[in-house]
Design a protein around this ligand. Sequence first.
Ligand SMILES: [Zn+2]
Length: 508
Amino acid sequence: MHRKIYPRPFVFLLALAGSTTLATSVCAAPPITNRSAVSSRPSVEKVFNRINADVQKNGRAYETLADASQRIGHRLTGSPNGAKAEQYAYDLLKSYGFKDVRYQNFEVESWMRDTVTLSIVPNKSDNYRDLKVVSLAHSPVDAHVRGEIIDVGNGLEGDFKALGPKIKGKITLINIGLSAAKGARNLHRSEKTALAIQYGAIGVIMVNLVPGNVLLTGTASVTGKLIPVPAVCIAYESGVGLRQWLAEEKKDNLHAVIDMTNTSRKIRARNVIATLPGSDLPNEKIVIGGHLDSWDLATGAIDNGIGSFSVMDIARTFRKLKLKPKRTIEFVLFMGEEQGLLGSRAMADDLKKRGQLDNVRYVMNLDMTNDPNGINAFGRDDMVQFFKSVGETIQQVEPTFGNQMTNQAGLHSDHQPFMIEGVPIVGMNGHLTREVLDCYHANCDRINLANRDHMQNTVRYSAMVLYALADADAIPTRRLDDAKTRDYLVAQGLRTPLQIANEWRWKE
Ligand SMILES: [Zn+2]
């Protein structure tokens, strides 16, 4: 057995068990052999084996996603489809035997697309050319702008700085992805739009760098509120053609005309929450969630059908196996994620208001998580060994599990409202092929992209990590206080994106 310098409790466990896997729960556990004699709690490895067997035999994450996609279609928050999806999740969790299933209502400015056109014309000419286009969410309800096109390339801070005052009063052309910017960290389309507005642009044309005439949508607002200028997406091929035309035309002579109408009104949406009460530490809870809502261009199979329907199947597994971990688990289907993390913000704000955030010992978020081969400790160094050992125990049960640990925090999904309040976050490291990722938020994100076996792996491995957290005698990390949260976010390189998003609450 290899001996490593571990935090105190681990040394105890390893010495007894003779391997680095988890014997029972993490700390101060009596040796495996005596365990069953002294307590009725099953060993973690035993539970992992049961989860493994059940998911492979009875897993229905893929089947329920296919059924919902066929019966409901897209799951846009605030739309009739969105409400159907909330009901579907509620009924499914009830059908799995959860006594405590509830809706968490929240109010949201719900944006929905209507009409949009984009025409390109040289100045003082009527040689208009229309381009295929979709509106980005939270664009104005009514916009008719005409202006000179200015190419801002990848739309990173440096690109804007380089053009500076030249941007004012023009329509910016910006790549959604990064082109020829090796090693640069991309900004979210909403952050690029915020920069364009800061520099005085009157409109934003975003180029999707995925070939194949793929149009994508998504929010262009960092706050989830309406933005003052129209933002649209054009396909890669349209972007190439437009840049050629820009190059051919005399400088500053090509104009764009954007006409759009949309609706935006306050509606009620509902997170769906199923609760499994804890046996020994009921006041402490682990939240596992994934957003159920999707955009309306397709049926949101990958974003985020594979994550949210995996969460519901993890819930099924826990009920089916009658697992009774020490801590309470909340299985949460968030809504409003695509519109700006609105469901998860509502939940985090509510917990903060009621002084309950300290009880949230961990949040696990499954957003586009597929076929995980490792755990992401999200920048919590004091948890790396815990998760490494969990991964090693999973490997005992399923040797094909890669246990590729990472330890990096990120933004732009439902863990964010909890993370910026200091709550510990864990993610699962999955993978998606280029072909699948190219349909992100696009009109091709459909069930044919989902893989049944991959979803099954997401369910079984995430369920094991969840159980290890919920049943650990002690979790080595806790919610950070305000100052430590700030330092953590700085250390994770998240200050700038949070400042752009007006989410940085610290003075410096
Ligand atoms: Zn998503």
